[in-house]
Design a protein around this ligand. Structure first.
Ligand code: MRU
Length: 336
């Protein structure tokens, strides 16, 4: 399948909507996000090694989608019947990316059923997959309602960072789920999308999802993001999270923290939309989280002097006191 098609309009051979990641009887099928927005290419993943590779090169990415990938990867490992190897593969899946807690959460939940046999592991993984869809719709509606109530407005302009849409989950999205819910309710003006250097999840993925849904949006370079807030162009900033520490520090795509600072300074809500599975009670605060440092080659262009090095931090920590609200499928945690 290729071309500029939306996830919603893509259909599989059973005429079902294409999901970002799904289970196909004995293998995983996922959208290769490195090929978007040019082409919708489905990857057939048949081994844990292939899945680890897809996770590392961001063919599948976004915290909730990583949780599902981890769980389905464990199911694939369990179905080989080699439990010893499955336990080893759990570790390589968990280590594929360190920051989003959902990945290890998904692996651990599925691995806990290994003793009951492969079918139990698969059942657990499929429950995580289906729950992701329900959870995102619930938190999207709750977030939209909360935001309109908090602002006392009937329509809002918002800013977002990275990609938190259907592509970051199984369907729908977290922060983009809130934005979609606002749009459905006729309560959305314009969305300002940060391009999200260096891999451009905002420019390539979020813009693609918004364009396919006919949602008015404007792209800004990351360094202009705080200025969009300071200039009064948005009523709120809404982002997702890769991990939320016990003290409610929020770890998300690098570039989130400056937006939170700008929102606090401007006195507008900074809202984090994430499933409960992103809250990690075992992490006391943001400084305890391993921030993924990716290949400098993603940052260094061909025009960069040969002697120049790059620090490619993939995530940052937004302190809890800058966060107005954390919206999950179960609750709204208000902080600031
Ligand atoms: O490096 P990525 O693309 O996996 O980073 C994704 C993000 O930072 C998202 O904002 C976060 O996972 C929330 S996704 C619903």
């Amino acid at each position: 399948m290729s071309g500029h098609a939306s996830i919603e309009s893509c259909r599989d051979r059973h005429n079902e909507p294409v999901r970002t990641i799904d289970w196909r009887g004995d293998h995983i099928e996922l959208i290769d996000q490195t090929r978007l927005p040019g082409e919708v290419v489905m990857l057939r993943i048949e081994t844990v090694d292939a899945l680890v590779d897809a996770i590392k090169r961001l063919a599948v990415r976004g915290a909730p989608a990583l949780g599902v990938a981890g769980a389905l990867g464990m199911a694939m490992a369990a179905l080989t019947g080699d439990t010893v190897q499955a336990v080893r593969q759990a570790e390589s899946l968990r280590a594929a990316r360190p920051t989003a807690v959902n990945l290890s959460w998904g692996v651990d939940r599925a691995r806990a059923r290994l003793g009951e046999g492969p079918d139990a592991v698969l059942a657990e993984a499929l429950e995580i997959l289906e729950a992701d869809v329900r959870v995102n719709h619930t938190l999207g509606s709750r977030g939209a309602r909360w935001l309109l109530d908090a602002l006392g407005k009937q329509a809002v302009n918002v800013q977002t960072h990275c990609n938190t849409g259907a592509l970051a989950c199984v369907e729908w999205g977290t922060a983009l789920g809130v934005i979609r819910a606002l749009h459905q309710d006729g309560a959305l003006g314009r969305v300002y999308v940060n391009e999200t250097r260096p891999l451009l999840q905002g420019a390539k993925l979020t813009a693609w999802e918004l364009a396919q849904d006919g949602i008015e949006h404007t792209l800004v370079v990351d360094s202009a993001g705080p200025s969009v807030v300071a200039r009064g162009m948005v009523d709120a900033v809404i982002v997702g999270a890769d991990r939320i520490a016990a003290n409610r520090d929020v770890i998300n795509k690098v570039g989130t923290y400056p937006l939170a600072l700008a929102a606090a300074r401007a006195g507008i809500p900074f809202v984090v939309a994430a499933p409960e599975s992103t809250i990690d009670p075992a992490t006391p605060e943001g400084s305890a989280v391993e921030i993924e440092i990716r290949d400098p080659a993603e940052v260094l262009g061909t025009d960069t002097p040969a002697a120049t090095t790059a620090l490619n931090l993939a995530f940052d920590v937004t302190p809890a006191d800058l966060v107005t609200a954390i919206v999950t499928e179960d609750r709204v945690l208000t902080t600031r």
